[in-house]
Ligand binder design. Structure first.
Ligand code: PLP
Length: 406
């Protein structure tokens, strides 16, 4: 679903104003996605999908709570205006900075390893905790983003849950939440199966339980042919599970969901400028100023992103779209495993602009400074208005931590 407001003229004008590569996000698309999750009591944004402070503030205004997976994400959430009690730290370990941040701000923890229980009890005696369960299976759009099953490092293995609950009690912690996240871009049936697992697990802690989290992982449609996710049926299946827990436990249970991609993926477009074109034997290459330092999903997962030329028409040709990095995998049009997957574009020359779609999630949040490329600028469009929400990184910022030691 491409935001209609980000039309060719608008994107071209923004690229002229701010330069390229440029991420452009549409606020209305994010708010519309948020509104669709009204079947859940709490929508907890998984900020790792896109942690720009202005997007966090926007989602906070919509009513979202927030998830943090590191000390840095706790600091970001606080900087964006979230109160400590709106933040949950979800991880399989505390690095020392995260444990310190959790202790200092009194952040609720979603525990993914039993070692974390004693560490938490030492800094937050008698704390309430959530336990993340690995249900013994997982599912994601790619092996690398599957977060359940015995090949996954995430969560407390389902057979160890009784031990974990006993340990939590021994340390004086109160288990108030159960959580599960089986993967990113998961299928409906796997997500529902995970829900049943959680309802089963809830029997063990129902005297103290107050929340159930369905995790994130809701898929979005990167291709027009991808199926629409049956969100209402999904919410209803969780709701039914929660009702059965409530009936047994005789207490109200809050149903949480924790999406990242769902909220922001489709809102974002990466505008990039064609800087060279060339033919290598049979192949035609279009070389642009964005690369995997801006968007690594194609390189990492062979992920598909729709790419189109802005304000250009003409007979289409099959081309490979590649970036500026000194790295042969710096190609936006490839399949899992790395084989090239040319796409059809009109004739292009240096100076033309391309739009890469559905990059709001795991685009700039996975950006790097590889090849000493600066982090790109970001713009938020809100109706007729737009504003810069991240300025392009300056070169002196790239090496400041080294220069001061030279
Ligand atoms: C990554 C992650 C999410 C968000 O995943 P999406 O696929 O972006 O919805 C939610 N919860 C946890 C624990 C995660 O690790």
């Amino acid at each position: 679903m491409r935001p209609a407001i980000l039309d060719d003229a608008r994107l071209s004008a923004l690229a002229r104003e701010h330069g390229t590569p440029l991420f452009v996000y549409d606020a209305a698309t994010i708010c519309a996605r948020y509104a669709e999750l009204s079947g859940f009591d709490v929508v907890r944004y998984a900020q790792k999908a896109n942690p720009n402070l202005s997007l966090l503030a926007l989602l906070r205004e919509c009513g979202a709570a927030i998830d943090a997976v590191s000390a840095g994400e706790i600091e970001r959430a606080l900087a964006a205006g979230f109160a400590p009690n709106e933040i949950v730290y979800t991880a399989d370990l505390f690095d020392r900075a995260a444990l310190e941040g959790v202790a200092r701000h009194g952040i609720h923890v979603n525990v993914g390893s039993r070692d974390m229980l004693a560490q938490l009890a030492a800094v937050q005696p008698r704390a309430d905790v959530t336990l993340r369960i690995n249900p013994g299976f997982g599912h994601g759009h790619h092996r690398k983003v599957t977060t359940g099953g015995s090949d996954s490092k995430h969560g407390i293995w389902h057979e160890e849950l009784p031990v974990a609950i006993d340990q939590a009690r021994e340390f004086g912690l109160r288990v108030v939440g159960l959580h599960l996240h089986v993967g990113s871009g998961a299928s409906f049936s796997r997500l529902v199966r995970a829900g049943l697992e959680l309802v089963h697990a809830a029997e063990r802690v129902e005297t103290t339980l107050s929340s159930i989290s369905a995790g994130g992982g809701l898929p979005v449609r990167y291709r027009a042919t991808d199926r629409e996710f049956p969100l209402e049926r999904y919410a209803e299946s969780w709701r039914a599970g929660v009702r059965s827990i409530e009936a047994r436990a005789r207490r109200p249970i809050s149903l949480e969901i924790e999406p990242g991609r769902w909220l922001v993926a489709e809102s974002g477009v990466l505008v990039t400028e064609v800087r060279a074109t060339k033919r290598q034997g049979e192949r035609e290459f279009v070389l642009v100023d964005a690369g995997f330092h801006n968007l690594i999903r194609p390189t990492l997962y062979g992920a598909y992103h729709e790419i189109r030329a802005l304000a250009k028409l003409g007979p289409e040709r099959a081309v490979v779209v590649a970036g500026p990095l000194c790295e042969s995998s710096d190609v936006f049009t490839q399949v899992p495993g790395g084989a090239l997957a040319p796409i059809l574009l009109p004739p292009l020359v240096a100076g033309d602009l391309l739009a890469i779609h559905d990059v709001g999630a795991y685009g700039t949040s996975m950006a790097s400074n590889y090849n000493s490329q600066p982090i790109a600028a970001e713009v938020l469009v809100d109706g007729e208005r737009s504003r810069l929400i991240r300025r392009r990184q300056r070169f002196d910022e790239l090496f400041a931590p080294e220069r001061e030691l030279l």
